[in-house]
Design a protein around this ligand. Structure first.
Ligand code: ATP
Length: 574
């Protein structure tokens, strides 16, 4: 509102009130609504700007004289407005100051915590695992103990100029007892033990893993100085020790590469007389960077194999130490049933047997509980809810009876143990063969016999008249795997001769791909097909010859569902 307009509004009685801010030469005019009568409601407010102090005084006088409510406000305090204006600047400056201080002090409190390895060295007295808790793997135990003992006798070795390994790589399948063995060894030699997993070093921020490695080795050196030695155990070392990328694929700044570089230089950093031993454990040694496993770093490789028959028996007994066992428990037989199981599998079987016994409200675990636990572990739980009709049950019974009869008559295969048509896991039935002892070599004769056993299921289905079913899918898969290995890896095909076509993927010995021309590929396929075809013919010959036994066995299976070797002997002798 201009001053003139204000003047006339005052004079015409339209102004309700006037607030004047002399300092800023401002005013707020509130008008009455309507015609300016005394009962008018308060209307809109307007801003007025005074040109000079005289205007302020004049308007104030006129308004007072006209009976208008006039209020003169003190000047607003500038202090707070300045503060509000400057607040963002204070905040920005403060933030920059904080960041600079953090960076300036090396890593700042938070950052330094982040880059510290969270390893705690455990006193050997606090480790409960001893060598008596580790079953089997006698050579690995001995090798590891020898190494520690030599470390303890450093003086003796340096006299003859011998250098002791700084790092040991424990290699073995998951659950074969790498961690357990490391703990037991450390307990035995009485050194503090720092346990870490490879993934403890892996972070999304570049450089954090490397600084954790440096921190770990710093702590280890202090610990070794105070305690006369220490052991660092890095589980799943492949998480950080995998091959470094070439520059063409990735930048060399990759976090993992930096962590690995830090480990390499840390291991170079301490001498072989420092009494620090680094134990790395992995299931995949083939992916480790060659620089990590070169002489002078993890140069001692100890392979922990899957337990053999004696080892399995020992492990079962170790884990059943606290169990209440019935007199009929025979761990030798359970060990025979569990070829290829790891220590962790066996521990699970003992536990499962305990659960089965407890569920049946028995005080002790019987041999049958262990057998049930093995079946559960190997084949999955019994699928009691599956309800097969008579025709399906008959087909499964013939299928399994076919496997059984071929296994009993083909010769050169593992002895028959048990047959069942109780659905378990994914399978509707199973025929078990039990090796008398662990085998390290398999002959061509045995493999050919095994192929015939696998084909026995399908042949029996066809002979009984129910025709081919989907039940043989797994048999064919396994048979094809065996035949492929015979042709491509073992040089057992007469047509292709003694040559390997498979590229091995290392430790597990699994073939990864075939390296050959399309013509050779065709020859390989023909050779595989021949092995499978011959096996089918052999199974057919056997089952046609024992046709009556097949019928007898199948109907006994429909009736009794599970038959073992002695049941079958009795049945077939009648
Ligand atoms: P991963 O490679 O998966 O880390 P690992 O080889 O380190 O496995 P451990 O953690 O040592 O295996 O073993 C797992 C469990 O299996 C142990 O706690 C123990 O109960 C049992 N076990 C494994 N091997 C043995 C063994 N040789 N004797 C007794 N128990 C064993």
């Amino acid at each position: 509102m201009s001053l003139n307009e204000l003047d006339s509004a005052i004079k015409s009685g339209k102004v309700e009130s006037l607030v004047i801010y002399p300092e800023s030469r401002r005013g707020i005019v509130t008008l009455k609504t309507g015609d300016g009568g005394s009962d008018d409601k308060i209307g809109e407010a307007y801003d007025v700007l005074f040109v000079n102090d005289d205007d302020v005084k004049d308007i104030k006088d006129i308004a007072v004289a006209s009976g208008i409510k006039v209020k003169v406000e003190p000047p607003p305090s500038n202090f707070f407005s300045y503060i509000i204006m400057l607040l963002p600047i204070f905040l920005i400056v403060g933030f920059i100051f904080f960041m600079m201080r953090s960076a300036g002090s090396g890593a700042g409190n938070m950052l330094s915590k982040f880059s510290r390895s969270n390893v705690d060295f455990v006193n050997p007295d606090k480790i409960e695992t001893t060598m008596s808790d580790v079953g089997g793997c006698a050579e690995a135990k001995q090798e590891l103990m020898d190494l520690f003992m030599s470390k303890a006798n450093i003086a003796k070795h340096s006299k003859v100029g011998a250098r002791l390994p700084k790092g040991v790589l424990l290699v073995g399948r998951p659950g074969c007892g790498k961690t357990l063995l490391a703990k037991a060894t450390v307990k035995e030699v009485g050194l503090p033990f720092g346990f870490l997993s490879g993934s403890d070093f892996v972070e999304m921020f570049v450089g954090v893993g490397a600084s954790r490695v440096r921190d770990l080795f710093r702590k280890a050196e202090v610990m070794a100085l105070h305690s006369g030695g220490c052991v660092i155990f890095i589980d799943e070392i492949d998480a950080i020790g995998g091959r470094r990328h070439t520059l063409s694929q990735h930048t060399s700044n990759d976090e993992k590469d930096q962590t690995l570089n830090a480990i390499l230089s840390a291991m170079d950093g301490f001498g072989s007389d420092s009494r620090i031993i680094v134990i790395g454990a992995t299931n995949r040694p083939e992916i480790l960077d060659p620089a990590l496993v070169r002489a002078g770093r993890f140069d001692r490789k100890i392979t922990i194999p899957l337990p053999d028959l004696v080892g399995r028996e020992e492990i079962l007994a170790i884990h059943a130490r606290k169990s209440n066992l019935a007199d009929n428990v025979d761990f030798n037989e359970i060990a025979k049933l569990t070829t290829g199981s790891s220590g962790a599998d066996l521990a699970a079987i003992v536990n499962e047997a305990g659960i089965i016994a407890a569920r049946a409200e028995r005080d002790s675990i019987s041999h049958a509980d262990f057998r049930e636990a093995v079946d559960k572990q190997l084949m999955g739980f019994a699928n009691k809810s599956i309800c097969m009709d008579y025709e399906e049950k008959k087909s499964v019974a013939y299928h399994e009876a076919g496997h059984t009869l071929v296994a009993l008559n083909v010769g050169d295969v593992e002895p028959f143990h048990k047959v069942t048509i109780l659905p378990r896991g994914q399978s509707l039935g199973a025929t078990y063969q039990l090796p008398e002892k662990d085998r390290y070599l398999t002959s061509k004769k045995k493999l050919v016999g095994q192929l015939a056993v696998l084909m026995g299921g399908r042949v029996a289905e066809e002979l009984c008249g129910s025709g081919a079913s989907t039940g043989a899918a797994n048999d064919f898969e396994r048979a094809t795997q065996i035949a492929t290995a015979m042709v491509c890896q073992y040089g057992m095909s007469d047509e292709l001769g003694n040559m390997s076509f498979a590229r091995s993927s290392g430790f597990l010995g699994m073939s990864e791909s075939l390296e050959c021309s399309p013509e050779t590929r065709k020859l390989i396929d023909d050779a595989i097909r021949k092995f499978l075809g011959d096996a089918y013919e052999r199974a057919k010959e056997i089952l046609t010859e024992h046709r009556q036994s097949l019928d007898k066995l199948a109907s006994a299976l429909v009736e009794r569902e599970t038959l073992d070797a002695s049941d079958i002997e009795q049945l077939l002798s009648n």
